[in-house]
Design a protein around this ligand. Structure first.
Ligand code: UD1
Ligand code: CA
Length: 455
């Protein structure tokens, strides 16, 4: 049986942030969420998350993971003190405890499996994940004897200059035999530079301990400041992009593109430069997205193009052309084979199949049938200053250019609205509606300003 403790109680002083460190975002998930996801495929009996600084916001951020047990660490007296907090929960537990730092987000599940396996085959009391870090600044250094038996872990700040030459770092990822750790935890003291109870000091009370070097040191990146957050983001982006390119997606100028982890891309999707796909975004097969587009929590059907546009919380059907310069937001739903063109904003509206809103329009709280043509410059006036009102437009209706549709309003099917109309009353099926003043022509008229002054 394996239990897990994730340390997430610290403030993260070096982030210089109002947000607890473990809630900082990395590719669409918080740091601690990454850690939780890395253990998800493992057979685990309990998962404890040690919370303290802004405990409530950490718990709220993790409410989608109902199997977690939150354990309070009222005062953050160090990583060892943090693990001491699970002792009452694990009385009589005979299995292993995996301890993970909540600020080490890039660990792979396979690495944790290897750690567990090493722990078991070597019958250790503790097994540590280590890495050879090119820049070990800030990490605890791990010292082993010639048999790879761990002798000491010394925090960077407690190291002598000579000890700092050791690039083998403690990843903050440990496997312990719980009965042995439970004996060692009460023996920790805070005799160090920070006067904290260091988890790493338990190694002085356990034996045997070995260290397992992870091949890719990026997995062990700990996030203590915003530079490390940016470094981890870069590593994550490379992983995500490599995965999609291997799955048959073309990225043109990958360095200028960012993809969140939850994004899903179909076969033969082409992503053009300066495009950013965020959250739960899904792009259907054969789409061409970008250049210069931002798509967030939105779905785009197969064979569509999105050019220089912003889509948030919206859906676009198949074979559509969106942009350049369209903005879809707040549950905009566009059907199949539609055109949403230049300088068009659509908010909380449904647009039926084969409808076009091609130029300079705003649709808000509107429901359009199929094959509707919305002329250039058409606006739904949905807001009376207090409430938002709906507009309904039936199939095959043509709205003339530069019309204002004052909601609440229902326009039937097969209607024609004359260009330049302000429509305030419902229009039945098949009608022509004009809502503008008749043109006046005054022949032979000279503007007053250029008439000769009267003497
Ligand atoms: C720790 C390790 C260091 C290792 C590094 C790897 C110790 C003493 N040092 O250092 O050897 O190289 O991680 O990234 O463990 N936390 C609590 N309660 C506390 C203190 C911290 O829950 O009282 C949590 C933090 O929220 C964080 C994690 O523990 O998620 C690690 O704490 P941090 O202060 O970042 O430790 P490091 O100095 O990075
Ligand atoms: Ca850290």
């Amino acid at each position: 049986m394996v239990a897990v403790a994730i340390l997430a109680a610290g403030k993260g002083t070096r982030m210089k942030s109002g947000l607890p460190k473990v809630l900082h975002q990395l590719g669409g998930r918080s740091l601690v969420e990454w850690v939780i996801r890395s253990i998800e495929p493992l057979p685990i009996s309990h998962t404890f998350v040690i919370v303290g600084y802004q405990a409530e916001s950490v718990q709220i951020a993790l409410q989608d993971y109902p199997h977690l047990t939150f354990v309070q660490q009222q005062q953050q007296l160090g990583t060892g003190h943090a693990v001491q907090q699970v002792m009452p929960y694990l009385e009589g537990f005979e299995g292993e405890l995996l301890v993970l730092n909540g600020d080490v987000p890039l660990l792979r599940t396979e690495t944790l499996e290897q750690l567990l396996e090493t722990h078991r085959t070597e019958s250790n009391q503790a097994t540590l994940l280590t890495a050879q870090a090119p820049d070990p600044q800030g990490y605890g250094r791990v010292f082993c004897d010639s048999n790879n038996r761990l002798t000491q872990i010394i925090e960077h700040r407690d190291c002598t200059p000579a000890q700092r030459q050791n690039h083998r770092i403690n990843a903050g990822v440990y496997c312990f035999s719980w009965p042995a750790l439970a004996q060692a935890l009460p023996r920790l003291t805070s005799a160090n530079d920070q006067q904290e109870y260091y988890l790493t000091d338990v190694v002085n009370h356990l034996s045997p301990i070995t260290a397992l070097d992870v091949e890719d040191f990026h997995e062990t990146l700990g996030i203590n400041d915003r530079r490390q957050l940016a470094e981890a983001y870069e590593v994550l982006q490379t992983r995500i992009k490599d995965r999609w390119m291997m799955a048959g997606v073309t990225l043109i100028d990958p360095d200028s593109i960012t993809l969140d982890d939850a994004v899903d891309l179909g076969a033969d999707v082409v992503i053009e430069p300066q495009t950013h796909l965020r959250g739960r975004t899904a792009i259907g097969a054969g789409c061409r997205i970008g250049p210069n587009s931002l798509i967030e929590n939105s779905q785009v059907g197969a064979g569509s193009t999105v050019l220089y546009s912003v889509l948030t919380d919206s859906q676009v059907g198949e074979q559509c052309r969106v942009g350049p310069f369209a903005h879809l937001r707040g549950e905009a739903q566009v059907g199949d084979r539609c055109r949403v063109g230049n300088f068009v904003e659509i908010k909380k509206s449904q647009v039926g199949d084969r409808s076009n809103v091609a130029h300079l329009s705003y649709l808000g709280d509107a429901t359009l049938g199929q094959a509707v043509n919305v002329g250039a410059g058409t606006i739904t006036a949905n807001y009376d200053g207090v409430h938002k009102h709906p507009t309904v437009i039936g199939d095959g209706t043509k709205v003339g250019a530069n019309s204002v549709l004052v909601a609440p309003l229902t326009v039937g099917s097969g209607v024609t609205i004359a260009a330049g109309s302000t429509i305030t009353e419902d229009v039945p099926d098949g009608a022509l509606a004009l809502g503008r003043s008749r043109q006046v022509v005054k022949p032979d008229w000279t503007p007053r300003s250029i008439q000769p002054p009267t003497p």
